[in-house]
Design a binder for this molecule. Structure first.
Ligand SMILES: [Fe+2]
Ligand SMILES: [Fe+2]
Length: 381
């Protein structure tokens, strides 16, 4: 229990700014020490999810607000970026005001934030396109051949850092998936469940990002870590995990133990995933440790109440319950989305689930349906 108790109060989502974002921020400061490179006002990274064709804002380092936060767009709708990725080329626009005048909305937005030039580089790994690096200058004409030559090693370094982080996250998820698939968990909860609930978590996180001050990095890690929530189920014996009828109180106790086993597995594995920063590890542990806590204190294992239930765990709980209700399981048929939403709202009324998370989910129902179509039960996500 000690491990789980230590998690009850994290520093919260607003302080989620370590790891990759901090490294890129530090590098940005370093670059700007050079007078010639000082006009580099913004470095931003967007990630590409090839399974959904979505380009997602991820990390930025800039003087003030980012001109583009909490955004996703299908890459296929951005032909100039598709072309850059295809030819592995870069794009330099040294007069964004001019581009803005010709009707480009995003260029106009950059100009309104004080950025007058841009340089875009696709980030490609072994498996193809993984994202884009966007550099912006606070003066027009900043990206001369000489400046580009000097910035190239930094750009390459950032691309390597992003690729390394994505590879590490991918290997963590693959490990969890293998662990779950070699255990009986696979019979009840397929890879499709993990792929869907991770994307529902992300959709909820994005909706709440502006009002609650989540960074895009926070939302991305929520998506990456959500599939780990039930890793502790590998410790639950098959006869309990697969029991078609209701569990006896003793069996239920064993089942509940999956939460603390999960935290232990995360702690054991974390040495192998040394990339995880303190803030990221806190999020991962909170998701695993608190995804069965309820706001009224009736959850387990700690019976946390209200504000003590971490936000990331509340989001994952809503995503998890919604997918469990709308999926077919050996002991029940799949509920309709409307019936599942009614059940979630009932839990909100009873002060078990977080109302903001449930309403955020309700607001993105068309996205939810897309996810259900893309990641149906036959998909191993
Ligand atoms: Fe669970
Ligand atoms: Fe689950």
């Amino acid at each position: 229990m000690k491990i789980v108790e230590s998690l009850a109060k994290g520093e919260g989502a607003a302080s989620f700014h370590q790891g990759l974002a901090a490294q890129i921020g530090a590098l940005h400061e370093e670059i700007r020490v050079e007078p010639e490179l000082a006009p580099l006002g913004r470095i931003a990274v967007a990630l590409y999810d090839p399974r959904t064709d979505l380009l997602k804002t991820f990390i930025h380092s800039s003087d003030g607000e980012s001109p583009l936060d909490h955004a996703t767009a299908p890459l296929s709708g951005l032909p100039s970026l598709v072309e850059l990725a295809r030819v592995h080329g870069t794009r330099t626009l040294n007069d964004l005001s001019e581009v803005a005048r010709s009707g480009h909305e995003y260029a106009a937005r950059l100009v309104s934030f004080g950025y007058y030039s841009s340089h875009t580089v696709p980030i490609c790994g072994r498996e193809g396109l993984r994202g884009f690096l966007f550099l912006n200058g606070i003066v027009p004409g900043f990206f001369t051949q000489r400046v580009l030559r000097r910035l190239k090693p930094y750009g390459d370094l950032i691309a390597q850092m992003v690729l390394r982080e994505l590879d590490a996250l991918h290997s963590m998820q693959s490990t969890v998936k293998v662990l779950l698939q070699i255990s009986a968990v696979r019979d009840g909860e397929t890879g499709g469940h993990l792929a869907r609930m991770a994307r529902y978590s992300r959709a909820i996180g994005l909706r709440l990002a502006a009002p609650l001050g989540f960074s895009d990095e926070f939302v991305e890690y929520l998506f990456q870590f959500a599939p780990v929530h039930d890793v502790g189920k590998i410790s639950v014996p098959d006869h309990i995990l697969l029991k078609p009828g209701p569990l006896t109180p003793d069996e239920f106790k064993v089942m509940q133990g999956h939460v603390e086993r999960g935290v232990e597995i995360v702690d054991l594995a974390v040495g192998d995933f040394g990339f995880i920063s303190t803030a990221h590890l806190r999020m991962l542990r909170q998701i695993v440790a608190c995804h069965h806590e309820k706001l009224d204190g009736s959850g387990y294992p700690q019976g946390l109440k209200g504000a003590d239930v971490p936000l990331e765990a509340r989001i994952v709980a809503v995503a998890d319950v919604f997918d469990a209700l709308t999926s077919r399981r050996p002991y029940k048929a799949a509920w309709s989305n409307a019936d599942a939403m009614d059940a979630l709202r009932h839990d909100v009324a009873e002060n078990r689930l977080d109302g903001a998370c449930v309403e955020a989910l309700a607001e993105c129902m068309s996205e939810i349906v897309d996810i259900q179509v893309l990641f149906g039960e036959t998909v191993v996500g």
